[in-house]
Design a protein around this ligand. Structure first.
Ligand code: NDP
Length: 619
């Protein structure tokens, strides 16, 4: 029996209610669309470069530049870079470097150490390679430092440490067609020749700042949430008692998934907290709980993949008749309820359109439930301002038990800047809202990351040049051009990861594991066959893209109607490149099956191999 939302929890909604809400959603969207879209943000470069470039956590150790040859350079040592590295090892390739800006493994889980940081979705799904590392997460939503520590376990389990170059930024990648090698240049003076390069930087690598007029004028303390300054706030990553904030006035800009986790800590410790909100998040109850060791020990081999698949079905596709919801949280609530409805009706056959229509009704019910949660806030104006008016998943859903109650404290004030699309301006002493200056000691930028901005700005690598000096930024100016989302014509021996023209699992880490596997397969096959150059042919790439587009699912209406965010290019519909790139329309596991079939054929169909002795691999 499925756990369902009762009518009290999720009020029944009439057609009139849906129509009125739909109209309100559009009004709320429209007043937030900033005509500068992505350009409203300031990159963390120039004057703000230190907010990105400096590492407040680990001292940079001087080292000699690295030169010479390697089989693979992997850009990144976060989840994506680590998954690629682990899969290369499994495929028999050990001669590689993970090159990363951070001082250790972890990527986003290295940099983000803000108070309250936890994984927002099921740790048993999200934390990769649990069976391979034998690791049991401590609770449903693990703390950030636990995830970081698990990254170290992965690095040690797969022997990745000796291959890592930390505190190093790749600045240039140039293809040398004579030698069939990539020349890799870094900010540490390294000049490495690599047979293959894998771009594995993940989506949240580069912080961005809100382009508030006067941002240069503010004389107080400013930092981004991805570089938390515990010297200033007091406390530490593993013990965030922010005792130095007791006499401070703090403003936090942004109310996305990050800020929701931080605000309760500011409320507890700071003399005064201003929460500057343009769009409210949806915030469900947390219901965090320890993982039961007995239950964990009883799981059969393969349990994690099964759980990930179940999560993906519930969160992004659809649960099969009778398929239970193993996750039971906000991410799966709508599917769980649609399934319970279908079960009660004896599992009738429903088309995708009928299924989507049922989901839509549940979307309105769940959003009504989530809005009602705000009424715990005693000031009615604040409670109303905290209510999210958009379809579920327009913004990343959050869950937190302490966020709304914080607004009942006298030292916490919500500053609702929806009408003005942000605070009016910053001054030397603070911020101005509706003509009133609020003096603050510290501004915390919870303003997110360069997720959908132009690739050169987002990746921060000056030069990526393939055949005949062709820049990837020019080649992909009007959208991705790839074969299987992971290789591109004109960019031999280079692999791409993430949301390009591949498929996206609801759990990023799963996507990275599988992409690492596929990349490991191609690279190892090339080495086995003595190939020095591997590249998709133009014809194979064109055919791939043609097919990808022929099966694409059009969800543009949903996306366009969403309140702006990085999920929809900040409301800019002229740009083709959304957060998920151009995903495989038949679904994640159909994409995986297609790749498995392609590998099973054994001929690397669509790829052109060149080299000293291209042969079929020996058994
Ligand atoms: P987001 O991009 O989600 O949020 C940025 C916030 O800044 C938004 O609330 C935005 O408002 C606000 N903002 C931007 N400019 C201004 C302005 N001028 N005035 C006022 N507000 C402004 O960033 P986050 O760091 O919160 O989250 C990024 C991602 O990190 C998440 O989506 C998630 O993928 C990941 N994350 C994951 C966690 C996990 O558990 N795994 C936990 C935390 C984060 P508006 O919405 O109006 O644009």
């Amino acid at each position: 029996m499925m756990t369902v939302c009762t009518p009290t929890d999720c009020p029944e909604v009439t057609a009139e209610h849906i129509s009125a809400m739909h109209a309100k959603y559009l009004v709320e969207r429209d007043r937030r669309i900033n005509r500068n879209h992505n350009d409203q943000y300031i990159p963390a470069s120039g004057k703000w470069a230190t907010l990105y470039e400096e590492d407040p956590y680990t001292a940079v150790v001087p080292r000699e530049p690295v030169t010479g040859e390697t089989d693979v350079v992997i850009l990144g040592a976060g989840y994506c870079g680590m998954m690629v590295a682990a899969q290369l090892k499994k495929a028999g390739i050990s001669n590689f470097y993970n090159i990363d800006h951070g001082g250790n493994f972890g990527g986003t889980w290295y940099w983000n150490r803000y108070p309250g940081i936890q994984c927002d979705n099921d740790s048993l799904v999200y934390m990769p390679l649990l069976e391979e590392t034998g690791y049991m997460p401590s609770k449903k939503f693990a703390d950030g430092y636990e995830i970081h520590d698990h990254c170290q376990i992965i690095a040690d389990t797969f022997g990745l440490r000796e291959n890592a170059l930390f505190h190093t930024l790749i600045q240039s990648l140039k293809w040398d067609g004579e030698a069939n090698r990539w020349n890799v240049g870094t900010n540490r003076g390294d000049q490495i020749k690599a047979r293959f390069v894998v771009l594995a930087m993940g989506p949240l690598n580069k912080p961005k700042l809100p382009g508030i007029p006067g941002i240069d004028a503010f004389k107080g303390k400013i930092f981004h949430t991805a570089r938390w300054d515990y010297d200033y706030t007091g406390g530490s990553w593993r013990n965030p008692e922010l005792n130095k904030l007791a006499d401070k006035k703090v403003a936090i800009i942004g109310t996305g998934a990050t800020a929701i986790q931080i605000v309760p800590y500011l409320a507890k410790h700071a003399g005064q907290t201003y929460v500057i909100q343009r769009t409210p998040s949806t915030i469900d109850e947390r219901n965090n709980r320890p993982i039961d060791p007995e239950w964990f020990a009883s799981q059969k081999p393969g349990w994690q993949q099964e759980r990930i698949r179940n999560f993906h079905h519930a969160a992004m596709e659809r649960l099969a008749p009778g398929e239970p919801d193993l996750i039971q949280d906000i991410w799966t609530e709508i599917s769980r309820n649609v399934s319970a409805e279908l079960e009660a009706e004896g599992w009738p056959d429903v088309t995708m359109e009928e299924y989507a229509a049922r989901r839509e009704v549940w979307d309105y019910r769940v959003m009504e439930r989530l809005r009602n949660r705000c009424d715990v806030v005693k000031d009615p104006e604040t409670a109303e301002a905290l209510k999210p008016y958009y379809r579920y998943l327009c913004k990343r859903p959050a869950s937190n038990d302490d966020y709304y109650p914080a607004f009942n404290q006298p030292n916490v004030t919500l500053i609702d800047v929806a009408e003005t699309q942000g605070v009016e301006r910053l001054t030397e002493k603070g911020f101005v809202h509706q003509g009133v200056e609020y003096e603050v000691d510290c501004l915390i930028m919870a303003s997110g990351y360069e997720v959908t901005n132009d690739l050169d700005r987002r990746w921060g690598i000056e030069t990526i040049e393939g055949v005949n000096g062709l820049s990837i930024y020019d080649y992909w100016k009007d959208g991705f051009q790839t074969f299987q989302g992971m290789t591109a014509h004109n960019f031999p021996n280079m692999f791409f990861t993430g949301f390009t023209q591949a498929a996206a699992n609801s759990s990023n880490s799963k996507t990275f594991v599988d992409q690492g596997f596929h990349i490991g397969y191609i690279a190892s096959q090339a080495l086995l066959r003595g190939a020095t150059r591997v590249e998709p042919s133009a014809e194979a790439q064109d055919a791939y893209i043609k097919h990808l587009r022929s099966i694409a699912v059009d969800n543009s209406e949903y996306v366009v109607e969403c309140t702006p965010s990085y999920f929809n290019n900040e409301g800019d519909q002229t740009k083709k490149r959304g957060i998920f790139g151009e995903p495989w329309g038949e679904g994640y596991y159909a994409f995986e099956d297609m790749l498995a079939k392609w590998r099973d054929e054994g001929g690397l169909r669509g790829l052109t191999l060149e080299g000293e002795k291209v042969t079929e691999p020996a058994e």
